[in-house]
Design a protein. Structure first.
Ligand SMILES: CC(C)(COP(=O)(O)OP(=O)(O)OC[C@H]1O[C@@H](n2cnc3c(N)ncnc32)[C@H](O)[C@@H]1OP(=O)(O)O)[C@@H](O)C(=O)NCCC(=O)NCCS
Length: 146
């Protein structure tokens, strides 16, 4: 059974491995721990039994919720896991009375853009050269809001 849990220290290595398998420049274990302890963050994991298979986090800043990161283990993708995690974060937005949701996504990342559009996000603007690639080049970000 797939469950959603609050992030904890025991899951740092799993989250690090999922992020490493998912994005060109993953978070360090220190960054993961900092975000886990950040008072402004909500950080959750998805589990299949005891196995951590995905994570998502957002920052609540004033009346804004900024989706900071989300990833699912490659072998668990396209099964609704990211949708489940985002819906969990969005539920918290309702509780916080947060109406403004914001995120950035690489222009090349069509799966993530589709995921966000399916959940009601719309493109706001393109931010040039927002992401740095491992080879030193840059990629634009689409800023999406809901
Ligand atoms: C983006 C990501 C988190 C989606 O996770 P997921 O669990 O596979 O997503 P879901 O199964 O909930 O899919 C929801 C919707 O997303 C879209 N989507 C997901 N994978 C897709 C793909 N490979 N191609 C096109 N659209 C896709 C679809 O609209 C899908 O809805 P549908 O199943 O009705 O077609 C996952 O691909 C991932 O971990 N990618 C690497 C990390 C990343 O890019 N994070 C986002 C940073 S901004």
């Amino acid at each position: 059974m797939i469950t959603i849990e609050k992030m904890k220290k025991d899951y740092i290595d799993d989250v690090f491995e999922i992020d490493k398998a998912s994005v060109p420049i993953p978070w360090s274990k220190n960054s993961i721990e900092e975000e886990m302890n950040n008072m402004l963050s909500k950080f959750i994991v998805a589990k299949d039994g005891d196995k951590v298979i995905g994570f998502a986090m957002c920052w609540f800043i004033m009346d804004e919720c900024h989706i900071g990161n989300i990833a699912v283990l490659p072998e668990y993708r396209n099964q609704g896991i990211a949708t489940m995690m985002l819906n969990n974060l969005l539920e918290d937005c309702k509780e916080h009375g947060t109406n403004n949701l914001l995120l950035e996504v690489r222009v090349s990342n069509v799966p993530a853009q589709n995921l966000y559009k399916k959940l009601g996000f719309e493109e706001l603007v393109v931010r040039k050269h927002y992401y740095k690639n491992p080879d030193g080049s840059y990629e634009d970000a689409i800023i999406m809001t809901k």
